[in-house]
Design a protein around this ligand. Structure first.
Ligand code: SAH
Length: 224
């Protein structure tokens, strides 16, 4: 599974992708994550990726041209993103469909994801109209750019890629999520204070433990 990120801040991905699960998964060629600088696809002397909005208003808008040229290059025959690969182009937008577990699972079915990160006041709407296959939001709040949404999506999707998770991590489905505890059995944060763990987890009775864990599916549903 390959992620191709289009951004004006490619350096933002280096540290997160260079550690832990992503470091291992990239070494083992289970996933590949590459960030491309939109600025290098500009055509003017000043390498401008943004311009003023038509109709006026505050801020700047990411131009359609560098996005188009970057996508064209990624999809060109002979480039690493071959035409026969199943590719999906995602634009991060506050108006997009909300990312959830089902969407992450669905996107994991593609070979290549091209992720377009907006900045400033947003991206020229022609990217949504003519280039992107879908628009994705990670929640009802406004961030300053699509880079953190891209990291969130890459992580949520990668967990579904076979081999990405090691034996220390499990593919926990949202509805199978339950609280966990580890040693010590009793933690004393201050004199006279004791924080214990639910006795059932120490009982060794796996039937009871499973039943206790399942119970949280119900409480979870009330929370969502
Ligand atoms: N004025 C714009 C917000 C621009 S925020 C609007 O009303 O939609 C700049 C960029 O950050 C957006 O283009 C988008 O790519 C990204 N972004 C901000 N918040 C986001 C969110 N909740 N989910 C996904 N992307 C987001």
């Amino acid at each position: 599974m390959r992620f191709h990120i289009l951004t004006i801040f490619p350096g933002m991905f280096d540290s997160y992708m260079g550690e832990s699960l992503f470091k291992r998964a990239q070494k083992k060629k289970i996933v590949s994550v590459r960030a491309f600088d939109l600025r290098s696809f500009t055509k003017d002397r000043h390498k401008k990726v943004d311009d003023r909005p038509f109709g006026g208003g505050p801020g700047m808008v990411v131009k359609v041209q560098p996005v188009w040229d970057a996508v064209k290059k990624l999809k060109a025959p002979g480039s690493k993103t071959l035409k026969k690969h199943k590719t999906r182009i995602v634009l991060f937008s506050t108006r997009g469909k909300r990312l959830d577990a089902a969407m992450a699972r669905r996107l994991a079915g593609y070979d290549d994801l091209i992720l377009i990160c907006g900045r400033y006041e947003g991206v020229d709407e022609r990217v949504a109209e003519h280039i992107a296959d879908e628009e994705v939001s990670i929640g009802d709040y406004v961030l300053s750019g699509g880079e953190i949404p891209a990291l969130v999506l890459i992580e949520a999707v990668s967990r579904h890629v076979p081999g990405f998770l090691g034996k220390e991590e499990s593919l926990e489905e949202i509805n199978g999520s339950f609280p966990t505890y580890t040693r010590p059995e009793v933690f004393s944060p201050a004199k006279g204070k004791k924080w214990g763990v639910p006795p059932v987890l120490l009982s060794g009775n796996h039937k009871k433990i499973d039943a206790w864990r399942k119970k949280f599916d119900e409480t979870k549903k009330n929370r969502i």
